[in-house]
Design a protein around this ligand. Structure first.
Ligand code: GLN
Length: 310
C-alpha cells in the first residue's frame, strides 16, 4: 500500500510541475512524465485505494488535467499547415530494419511506420507514407512531406533546418567487421576503408576518423555486402539495423557496440517543419498518450524485440 501511495504522489507531484509554467521544454518533459506517472499510478492504485476507503477523486482529476492538456495540444495541431488537409504525409527510408523496411505487401512497414500510424490515429488524421532516400528527407520536409520518421537522430546540424518531436528511442552507432577481425578500439579505425549510409550519423563519425577512406551508399545493406566481399574493412551503422544485418551473416560478420569506440548515444525523433510549434506539441501529446496507454511498449515488443530477420 505504501508503494502505491508513493506512486500516486509521484503522479500528483509530476502533474503539478506542469502547472508552474516553467520553460516550454521543461514543461513538455514534465507533461510527458506526469502523464505516464499519473495514469500508471491511477491504474495501479485506484481499486486498492477504494478498497481502503480513500477518496481517489484528486488523483483522477490530475490524470484528467494531463490528458485534457494533451487533447487540447492535439486539437490545436489540427490547425497547422501540415494537418489542415486531414492527412499527415510522412517520409521514410524503408531500408533500415527493424524501424522501417518493405513489408510483404510491398509497402513500408516496421516500428517507425506503426508508431507514426498510431500518432496519426491519436491526431485523427490519415497517414500516408512515402519511401525516399534518407539523405533527401530533411530537405523534403515542408514541401514533399509533412514529417519524417526514419530512425533519424536529433543533431544540432539538422536542428538548423527542422524541428524534432520528443525523442522516442535511444540508439548508438555500431561497427560491423568481418567475424575474424581484430578491430576493437577507436584507434584501430584510423586509416581504414569504412562504409556507411550517405548523410547518416555513421557518415558524420567516419568524416572525423583520421586517414579513413570513406565509401557512402544509399542503402546500408549495400555497404554490408561490400564488407562481405572484402571491399571494406568495417561499416558504421546504428545498433538495431547492425544487429539485423549481422544476424543474417553471423558466420561472416560481427557487430561491435559503439561504446567500445567511445561513440555517443543518440536519440531518434520525428522531424517536422522548423518552428511549427503547434504541430510539434500535437505530435508530442500523441506520443505521450501512446506511452501512457501502453501502445508504445506494445510496438517495441512487436517490432523491435520480436523482429525476425527473414
Ligand atoms: N540514425 C542515423 C541518422 O539519423 C541513421 C538513420 C537511417 O539510416 N535511417 O543519421
Amino acid at each position: 500500500m505504501k508503494k502505491i501511495l508513493a506512486l500516486v504522489l509521484t503522479g500528483i507531484m509530476a502533474a503539478s510541475i506542469v502547472g508552474c509554467g516553467a520553460a516550454t521544454e521543461t514543461a513538455d518533459a514534465a507533461l510527458s512524465t506526469a502523464g505516464a506517472a499519473a495514469s500508471q499510478a491511477a491504474d495501479v492504485a485506484s481499486s486498492a485505494l477504494e478498497d481502503a476507503g480513500v477518496d481517489t477523486s484528486a488523483v483522477g482529476e490530475k490524470v484528467g488535467e494531463v490528458s485534457s492538456e494533451a487533447q487540447s495540444a492535439i486539437t490545436a495541431a489540427l490547425s497547422s499547415t501540415a494537418l489542415s488537409d486531414g492527412t499527415l504525409t510522412v517520409g521514410t527510408n524503408a531500408a533500415f530494419p527493424p524501424f522501417e523496411y518493405i513489408g510483404d505487401d510491398g509497402n513500408p512497414d516496421g516500428f517507425d511506420i506503426a508508431l507514426i500510424n498510431a500518432i496519426g490515429e491519436k491526431l485523427g488524421v490519415k497517414v500516408e507514407v512515402q519511401d525516399m532516400e534518407f539523405d533527401s528527407l530533411v530537405t523534403s520536409i515542408g514541401n514533399k512531406i509533412d514529417v519524417a520518421i526514419a530512425g533519424m537522430t536529433v543533431t544540432d546540424e539538422r536542428k538548423q533546418q527542422v524541428s524534432f518531436s520528443d525523442p522516442y528511442y535511444e540508439a548508438v552507432q555500431y561497427v560491423i567487421v568481418p567475424a575474424d577481425s581484430t578491430i576493437a578500439t577507436a584507434d584501430d579505425l584510423k586509416g581504414l576503408k569504412l562504409g556507411c549510409q550517405l548523410g547518416t550519423t555513421g557518415n558524420f563519425i567516419i568524416d572525423e576518423i583520421d586517414g579513413a577512406t570513406e565509401q557512402t551508399y544509399d542503402k546500408a545493406i549495400d555497404a554490408v555486402n561490400d564488407l562481405i566481399n572484402g571491399k571494406l574493412d568495417a561499416v558504421i551503422i546504428d545498433k538495431n539495423p547492425a544487429e539485423v544485418f549481422v544476424s543474417k551473416y553471423s558466420d561472416k560478420l560481427k557487430a561491435i557496440d559503439g561504446k567500445e569506440f567511445e561513440f555517443d548515444t543518440e536519440d531518434y525523433a520525428i522531424a517536422m517543419p522548423k518552428d511549427d510549434t503547434v504541430l510539434q506539441l500535437g505530435v508530442n501529446a500523441a506520443l505521450e498518450l501512446l506511452r501512457t496507454d501502453g501502445t508504445y511498449d506494445k510496438l517495441v515488443e512487436q517490432y523491435i524485440a520480436n523482429y525476425s530477420a527473414d
